[in-house]
Design a protein around this ligand. Structure first.
Ligand SMILES: [Ca+2]
Length: 387
């Protein structure tokens, strides 16, 4: 709490200063959103830790989906800093951009060392919300020519990115199945999702970092209490995980791309085997954990996930061009998935609770699919649509 309190006085000043410093790439959109009315809400809306459900203070009222940012090139991951600043990664440009609720977009840095190709490039972003005020670091997952890796990047007082330091290297990389989501759990450790890098045996090989969910310290070491001594592995038997989130009860949820048959939503427990490549989807095999929900890949292909304001799990679906909403009961059981936004915005890459308390989605039509004018975009969704 002390850390968060320390963050609150500066955000708008920081935002404005650095926006001016990098104004060449500024754009204005959403003419209906007056900066003066949205900025205070952005500042006030984020003092929560990852240990609890997303905060829902002073939720901004929207009557319809509203563009927050347009003209992004292959955006991949969007996160909210403790001061309400939203950052988004661009996979192929390796740029990190700041997006404000009133539609301004500025570049805060380009991550060096990224070698984009295929599904690889600059992928996930994360911040440790509890220490960000005293140690402002951004964490990122990206592909080099030879591996995928996690880096720590200092953020200066103007919000600009410094030089990255690699903390975890050697994650298998291929044209496809690179995983790439990173997020701090409620325990304060950094979770990293990887893919099998199209070498299926990686997923069952505990000596490989591929096909896993990893749990590490901010120095990249295996986190204390990991299930396999001396290992960063938290769970295994994954094909390609690109979405993780924790609900208010501390349950960890993960999305996973299927091969031909079943995409998955799993509840992750330490040391568990999620089956790939032995099984795809639920087969009730001894020793393998079944997904709690599954979809045909044409209907879903889920990347980023988030816990929505009402506690549901939200999944951003690429091929399915939808936002799937899965309600969660107190015992962790789930309701029948609801399909939102079907076809409205094309492929969806990520979903988050924005600093205005509403659900935001990030589209992915510029690398695959059919981009509309203004793609790729980040869209704020009204409560009437998402709950
Ligand atoms: Ca599975």
């Amino acid at each position: 709490m002390a850390v968060l309190a320390g963050c609150t006085p500066t955000p708008e000043a920081t935002l404005n200063t650095s926006s001016a410093a990098t104004s060449s790439s500024s754009t204005l959109s959403s003419p209906g959103s007056a900066p003066s009315s949205t900025a205070p809400a952005s500042t006030a809306a984020t003092p929560s830790t990852t240990a609890s459900a997303p905060a829902t203070p002073a939720r901004a009222t929207l009557t319809a989906p509203t563009d927050t940012a347009t003209g992004l090139a292959v955006p991949w991951s969007a996160i909210v800093l403790p001061d309400g600043t939203v950052l988004v990664s661009e996979r192929d440009s390796a740029m990190v951009k700041r997006v404000t609720t009133d539609g301004r977009t500025t570049t805060v840095g380009t991550v060096s060392g990224v070698a984009p190709s295929g599904e690889g490039g600059l992928l996930g972003l994360a911040v440790d919300r509890r220490s960000y005020g005293s140690s402002p670091f951004l964490y990122a997952y990206f592909s080099t020519q030879s591996d995928n890796r996690v880096v720590r990047i200092p953020v200066d007082a103007q919000g600009r990115l410094g030089a990255p330091t690699a903390i975890l290297t050697g994650i298998p990389r291929a044209a496809n199945h690179n995983g790439g989501r990173v997020a701090f759990g409620p325990d304060g450790y950094l979770y990293v999702t990887t893919g099998d890098a199209t070498t299926q045996p990686n997923a069952q090989n505990l000596a490989s970092l591929g096909g896993k969910i990893l749990r590490i310290t901010t120095d990249g070491k295996p986190a204390p209490g990991n299930p396999f001594p001396g290992s960063a592995v938290w769970s295994y038997g994954h094909r390609n995980v690109q979405g993780i989130a924790w609900d208010a009860s501390g349950r960890m949820w993960a999305s996973e791309f299927g091969q031909n048959t079943w995409d998955e939503l799993n509840i992750i427990t330490p040391g568990s085997n999620y089956g790939w490549p032995t099984v795809e989807g639920a087969e009730a095999r001894s020793g393998l954990v079944d997904p709690v929900r599954q979809w045909r890949p044409d209907d879903s292909s889920p990347s980023g996930i988030a816990i929505g304001p009402d506690g549901s799990v939200l999944l951003a679906a690429l091929k399915g061009e939808s936002l799937w909403k899965v309600s969660v009961n107190a015992d962790g059981s789930t309701g029948e998935p609801r399909r939102l936004l079907r076809g409205d915005y094309g492929r969806l890459r990520d979903v988050l609770t924005g600093p205005d308390g509403n659900v935001w989605v990030v589209t992915n039509n510029t690398s695959r699919g059919t981009p509309k004018a203004g793609d790729d975009r980040i869209v704020r969704l009204p409560q009437s649509l998402t709950g």
